[in-house]
Design a protein around this ligand. Structure first.
Ligand SMILES: [Fe+2]
Length: 295
């Protein structure tokens, strides 16, 4: 009995410590920097995805990037507002310091559609800051937004890229819808005349790339920016959270977070700033990213 009680209290202690660490981790923000350069891989070839380690840095000072000549955006995704502990003021402070040309939201406004206003009001704070700075706020939706009406999504204030592409300096941004896990239909990329400009697709789920490449329907997409995977959110030994819980394909190929090159597209996958299912993160700190486009 004594050994049983000792084992019980040790396990309980470990459980509480992991929960506390995970809860605290979800309150810390990582500001990262990603550089997207022209792809060196073959169009539609999904046999390998190469991690671009030199193109991605964590915990950067946004002020240090304010004078770069390339077009740059602030990318934020996976708000899951009920379980997001990063104040909008911190995001807005980064937007100001980095002197970005646009802010782009990558989907997943909330966990519960009935509580969507927690998320749309958060994003509208960002919209107001963008207006003050005279920069566009663009976005698309994620699999957690499928039950929101168009009007509810528009309360967020971003220009919905699902309605058509938007030009920002030398970049054309387009977006595809994520219809969610059940009976998922991958969206088609807009057939646009990019007039020689760089075409950046915002797709909440990076697996879009696999579907589009398999049908040779990548169009003239140069880069893709995605969220959805949360960096695993709660990273377990042997990537159990990816192998057991998630059904997505790219994470199983170790394409989880950072900059990658594959199928003729260089792309970035962010960890997002909120949490899904439980308000914890472990070894996958909330992230917003200054994404820079280099010719
Ligand atoms: Fe998400």
């Amino acid at each position: 009995m004594r050994y049983f009680l000792t084992a019980f209290f040790i396990l309980l202690g470990c459980y509480l410590i992991v929960n506390l660490v995970g809860f605290l981790e979800a309150h810390k923000l990582c500001i990262s920097h990603a550089v997207l350069r022209p792809s060196k891989t073959s169009k539609n070839d999904v046999s390998r995805f190469v991690k671009q380690k030199g193109s991605y840095a964590k915990n950067v000072d946004p002020s240090s990037l304010s004078n770069t000549k390339n077009t740059k955006i602030l990318f934020i995704s996976d708000l899951h507002a009920e379980f997001c502990f990063i104040p909008a003021a911190k995001v807005i402070d980064t937007i100001r310091k980095a002197n970005v040309d646009a802010v782009v939201f990558g989907g997943d406004i909330c966990n519960d559609p009935l509580k969507h206003e927690v998320g749309t009001s958060y994003l509208f704070e960002i919209k107001k800051a963008c207006d003050e700075l005279h920069i566009p706020f663009l976005g698309t939706t994620g699999n957690h937004d499928v039950h929101l009406t168009k009007e509810e999504v528009l309360k967020s204030g971003f220009t919905d890229l699902r309605d058509g592409p938007v030009k920002v300096r030398d970049i054309i941004f387009s977006g595809v819808n994520d219809t969610g896990k059940k009976d998922r239909v991958w969206g088609d990329v807009s057939d646009i005349d990019n007039e020689g400009l760089t075409h950046v697709l915002i797709s909440h789920n990076p697996d879009w790339l696999l579907d589009a490449a398999s049908k040779s329907r990548l169009g003239n997409v140069d880069h893709m920016i995605s969220g959805h995977i949360h960096g695993g959110q709660i990273c377990l030994p042997f990537r159990l959270e990816i192998m057991v819980i998630r059904k997505d394909v790219l994470p199983r190929k170790r394409v989880i977070n950072g900059v990658f090159d594959g199928a003729g597209v260089t792309f970035f996958i962010g960890r997002g700033i909120g949490c899904v299912l439980v308000p914890f993160r472990l070894f996958a700190r909330p992230e917003i990213t200054i994404v820079e486009f280099e010719k």
